[in-house]
Design a protein around this ligand. Sequence first.
Ligand SMILES: [Zn+2]
Length: 271
Amino acid sequence: MPELPEVETTRRGIAPHIEGQRVSQVIVRQAKLRWPVSPEISQLLPGETINAVKRRAKYLLLETNKGTLIIHLGMSGSLRVVNASTEPEKHEHIDIIFSNDLCLRYKDPRRFGCFLWSNTAIENHKLIQHLGPEPLSNAFDIAYFYPKAQKKKVPIKSLIMDGHIVVGVGNIYASEALFQAGIHPKRAANNISKKRLENLVAAIKVILAKAIEQGGTTLKDFVNSEGKPGYFQQTLNVYGRGKQPCQHCQTPIKQIVIAQRSTFYCPKCQH
Ligand SMILES: [Zn+2]
């Protein structure tokens, strides 16, 4: 599943090719995504210029003077920039064609993504308005996070994966950040010292920033490429390493389930 770093990498990959470009045509070959593709995208987008490509949580926001196209990649969605004459492949459901003959092409085998239109201020959109702060923004700091944690008895892993608290900390990054901060994933959020939570906030930022930085090496893959950018190439300390030795202390990594999600931790390094 594309996580926040992959979505940010996608934003950086497509933005230089479509910002400032005028849409000439929209082709929807399959409108049945998680929700039906908004008809405004075919009706209002042609003739409009993409003023900016932004991101909020895992939503890509293509801003125009008439409104904003909201794209979510779902479980298996991806975007690439191709020449408009390139034949679409299987599962390539949507084309946004620009007056320079480049095409932003959306592929989504499982069709859990979305293409929605908003003509009001995006921060008031129902998918956006209740979201917590961006993890890499200054708004996500210990002064914000500590009071939130104090109010919750849930496992700390569930808290950092709650998009109302902070967006974009997916399952893999949650396990990795907790390992880096030395915190047991099941520990109750309200039973962790401020200092340790401060370390967790820092770990989340470091891990996500590193993943985005690594994504930067794949930016050229967004143009005229066949394959997907090389996601998830970073070294993982605990995720997916059940029963293997901890890289710090050699204790076998444990795998448990929290809120139906696989969770990995070192029973010696994390408490
Ligand atoms: Zn260990």
